[in-house]
Write a protein that binds this ligand. Structure first.
Ligand SMILES: Cc1ncc(COP(=O)(O)O)c(C=O)c1O
Length: 380
């Protein structure tokens, strides 16, 4: 299907082409200088003390769960309104995900009040998601974590260039997990980054990323090591030099990309309030600085969402849903142990949310065309 306005699009240019050529010509394709520089530049950008590039954010999340020693018998509180990878990562370790509700129809991040209702003596961590790049209520979540001695892990897949109190999201908790999947604010195709301010956790993450080994091919190439020991049950979650080089070029463009996303989001808000005021546009509170990863809206109660999305499609506009709540998936349903608080707001948002196209290459005219299509489609 060729869309008049697709849901997402990527902005790759000469800089990325040159980056790939540079790596191909260097004839060193995995874990080398590009990756080291990408990590250094991402750490500087985010303010994290340590940044380790990995194969994707799902791997980052799995490593984060392992780094804080989650395992069978442990419980982790997280929202159901997220991508399934957030909860899967908890289950990879044998720990139990427990789903909390989101704050409100206006602010779609996990509710501190609901987190409190999910606590038991088995709770070990809170895995938060900064939905669409908008910050969770960190003061309240940090207070709960401190009181109950819990680790905070951050699914920061949506947050490249998002801040709260001038601190980059993903650097509040023990470990931050970023995604560079192709629909993200910056992309390497597949790719991710794991960040921490804790030296011991950084060392653990480094070892987990590469089979639990104490040294890498790169160290041996550089003459720093002759052999290695294996000190943990690790994985191969490494990135390669091609993707790191693309990531470095994309990271430089993030300020421009995010500025454009902010402008487009403002324009959507103006046009939707004028043309389709019955459609809800979340995130009206003043809280931090978002990188505007996606453009979620809430259809009026009683609207047939499939019919709405079909009507948008008929006008050439691609839409999506963020997210079908995880606890309704076949592989999650029936696990009573995953449900402790009632998920009233999650159910509402999960049933009425539609995501509109948002990416830096979108023009003002595209946004107007989408808003007009929403106006027509919501009337039915
Ligand atoms: C909230 C969230 N968490 C985790 C992921 C997984 O990221 P990746 O595709 O890099 O594994 C995504 C990706 O879409 C996401 O949106």
């Amino acid at each position: 299907m060729s869309w008049k306005v697709p849901l997402a699009d990527i902005d790759l240019g000469l800089e990325e082409e040159e980056a790939v050529l540079r790596v191909v010509r260097s004839r060193w394709l995995s874990m080398g200088e590009e990756t080291q520089n990408f990590e250094k530049e991402f750490a500087e950008f985010s303010g994290a003390k340590h940044a380790l590039a990995v194969t994707n954010a799902t791997a980052a999340l799995h490593m984060a769960c392992m780094a804080v020693n989650l395992g069978p018998g442990d419980e982790v509180i997280l929202p159901s309104l997220t991508f399934v990878a957030t909860a899967n990562a908890v289950r990879y370790t044998g720990a139990t995900p427990v789903f909390a509700d989101v704050e409100s129809e206006d602010w779609l991040t996990v509710s501190p009040a609901s987190i409190e209702k999910c606590l038991t003596e088995k709770t070990r961590a809170i895995l938060i998601v900064h939905y669409a790049g908008y910050p969770c209520d960190m003061a309240a979540i940090q207070a709960i974590a401190k009181k109950h001695n819990l680790a905070i892990l951050e699914d920061s897949a949506h947050t490249i260039g998002s801040y709260l109190d001038e601190r980059h999201l993903g650097t509040f908790g023990a470990v931050g997990c970023f995604s560079f999947f192709s629909n993200k604010n910056m992309t390497t195709g597949e790719g991710g980054m794991v960040t921490t301010n804790d030296d011991a956790l950084a060392e653990k993450l480094r070892v987990l990323r590469s089979h639990g080994m104490t040294s890498l091919t790169w160290d041996r190439h550089k003459g720093h090591a002759w052999s290695y020991d294996v000190v943990d049950l690790g994985y191969n979650y490494r990135i390669d030099e091609l993707r790191s080089a693309i990531g470095r070029a994309q990271l430089k463009k993030i300020p421009r990309f995010n500025q454009r996303r902010a402008e487009l989001t403002r324009l959507y808000r103006e046009l939707l309030s004028e043309l389709a005021p019955q459609v809800g546009v979340p995130f009206n509170e003043e809280r931090g600085v978002s990188c505007h990863h996606i453009m979620p809206v809430l259809l009026p109660r009683g609207t047939d969402r499939v019919q709405f999305m079909e009507a948008m499609k008929a006008q050439g506009i691609q839409t999506s849903i963020h997210y079908p709540p995880i606890h309704h998936f076949q592989n999650y349903e029936g696990h009573q142990e995953f449900l402790r608080d009632d998920l009233r707001v999650t159910e509402e948002v999960g049933a009425r949310e539609v995501t509109l196209p948002l990416y830096p290459l979108l023009t003002d005219e595209d946004v107007r065309a989408v808003a007009e299509a929403v106006q027509k489609s919501v009337r039915g």
